[in-house]
Design a protein around this ligand. Structure first.
Ligand code: BES
Ligand code: MN
Ligand code: ZN
Length: 499
């Protein structure tokens, strides 16, 4: 298969310094907030007093209130060149922590305009953080996965930010680069599992960086065997489509630090012999979302030329039941020699991560962060939109959560209680692959910790919920693959390259 690496059909962001009323577009987005009485307040520079009064009046007449997330379409008043004007309700801006309320509002508006080609966007102010947020949200919202549809939906193609100067062009370009990588991660997640075998996933890692200074090394089943990657091989054994491992290396001159990213790449998780129930099993095509995040983040970091060395690790396997599949009770030897008793073949993510973490630690990076759709327990604990973050180092965990906050991704700290280690004791091997069911997200983290030596800063992010939106689209988040953690990784790499 050809992984969907061409982003040309996706939307693009541009900047214009025309007056909003003089900007030609199919629609003009105008930010509004609730005012006194039933009035709305129109924000953004460049309108004459008469123009904003007319827009406010028309919006009010059709019931706009300015509340957060509200989208109101009106005909363009005389003198406004765009086809229609869309009031984007920002709500009470004092209540907008980190700009997420605003990002979702713009996201709603862009999604509502699906089918229109060109949308011009007025921002509430010209602060770099505001412009960056609006650029990111509008670009992320203009997404739809049409690869396998005869008549794909047509998300907005061109988003033009109407600014008072071109000073913020680089801010907008940064958003464009990161959003393109997020879209790439979403595409990988949304690609059906018959079209994305382990070999395709590592091929996607190559294609993602063809034009960038990133080296990609790939292990096949033979070289995995030669290097002792028993975890990846054990999980992949049941599939006719053999497992792979990819390592992506970005090492710019003058790198300030070294960050290693490790992503779970299970291209489909049936559970294996410990097979999953049929209901919603199709969603297990998203079990390579961690890998998608790592591939996309390395792509964005290299494209932005950040002065930090990054190694991306992508262990890829398909977890299938068959006559060649591993059995409950099998013992594997992971990279580095630790033996694991496989008590449940559905706890496969930690097995492939064990090998990849074992390899990643050999380079002694300043920080290792793994990301995985690891446990159903993550969704029980934190719901479907907030990722769980665990670590062997409190400062490193805080660093990741701060990056997530700045990037607008919901993540929350979780502990790795020492007492859970005993629940992973195996009578036969060094460790078992399942521990206490209570706190299942944490016992999975405690298992992974076993493969990271003390003193090596390491953070584990469980995105079982956030990786895939099984409900309706909201804000700038589409249905299906979300591209979770790409933005956090880029933010983290930026922060690490500044200290
Ligand atoms: N890929 C699943 C976790 C998952 C579940 C992700 C639902 C997204 C949505 C993982 O491989 C798994 O099956 N975990 C098991 C572990 C258990 C056997 C210890 C789980 O959570 O049930
Ligand atoms: Mn599983
Ligand atoms: Zn899984």
């Amino acid at each position: 298969m050809t992984p969907p690496h061409t982003l040309s059909r996706m939307s693009t962001l541009t900047v214009a310094t025309t007056k909003p009323a003089a900007t030609s577009a199919d629609a003009l987005l105008v930010p509004i907030t609730p005012g006194r009485g039933k009035k709305v307040v129109v924000h953004g520079a460049g309108f004459t007093a008469a123009q904003s009064a007319k827009i406010a009046e028309t919006l009010q007449a059709v019931g706009a209130t300015g509340k957060a997330g509200e989208t109101t379409v009106i005909p363009a008043p005389t003198g406004v060149k765009a086809g229609v004007v869309v009031g984007v309700g920002l709500g009470d801006r004092a209540k907008d922590r980190g700009g997420e309320q605003m990002r979702r509002a713009y996201g709603n508006a862009i999604r509502a305009l699906s089918g229109k080609r060109k949308v011009a966007v007025v921002t509430p102010d010209d602060e770099p953080t505001t412009v960056a947020s609006v650029a990111m949200a509008t670009r992320l919202a203009a997404y739809s996965f049409g690869e396998f549809k005869s008549e794909p939906a047509k998300p907005v193609e061109t988003i033009t930010l109407v600014l008072t100067s071109i000073n913020l062009r680089s801010t907008v370009e940064r958003a464009e680069t990161i959003a393109a990588s997020v879209a790439f991660a979403r595409d990988l997640v949304n690609t059906p599992p018959n079209a994305l075998a382990p070999a395709d996933l590592v091929e996607a890692a190559k294609l993602a960086v063809v034009d960038l200074p990133v080296k990609v090394k790939i292990w096949d089943e033979k070289t995995l065997e030669a290097d002792g990657c028993g975890g990846i091989l054990g999980v992949g054994k049941g599939s006719s489509r053999p497992p792979r491992l990819a390592r992506m290396t970005y090492k710019p001159r003058g790198a300030k630090a070294h960050l290693a990213l490790v992503g779970k790449g299970i291209t489909f998780d049936t559970g294996g012999i410990s097979i999953k129930p049929a209901a919603n099993m199709d969603e297990m095509k998203a079990d390579m979302s961690g890998a998608a995040a790592v591939i996309a983040a390395v792509q964005a970091i290299a494209a932005l030329e950040l002065p930090i060395a990054v190694t991306g690790w992508v262990p890829a396997a398909e977890n299938m039941p068959s006559g060649t599949a591993q059995r409950p009770g099998d013992v594997l030897t992971t990279y580095g020699g630790t033996t694991v008793e496989v008590l449940n073949t559905d706890a496969e993510g930690r097995l492939v991560l064990a090998d990849a973490l074992g390899m990643a630690v050999e380079e002694s990076p300043d920080l290792i962060v793994d990301v995985a759709t690891l446990t159903g327990a993550q969704r029980i604990a934190l719901g479907s939109r907030t990722a769980g973050v665990m670590a062997n180092n409190d400062d490193a965990r805080t660093q990741v959560i701060e990056a997530a906050d700045a990037a607008g991704e919901a993540m929350w700290p979780m502990p790795l209680p020492e007492d859970l280690r005993a629940s992973l004791d195996s009578p036969t091997a060094d460790i078992a692959n399942i521990g206490d069911r209570l706190g299942g997200m944490l016992s999975a983290g405690v298992f992974l910790q076993e493969f990271v030596p003390e003193g090596q800063p390491w953070v584990h992010i469980d995105i079982a919920g956030p990786a895939y939106n099984d409900k309706g689209a909201y804000g700038y988040t589409p249905k299906g693959g979300t591209g979770s953690t790409v933005r956090t990784f880029v933010e983290l790499a930026e922060n690490m390259s500044q200290d």
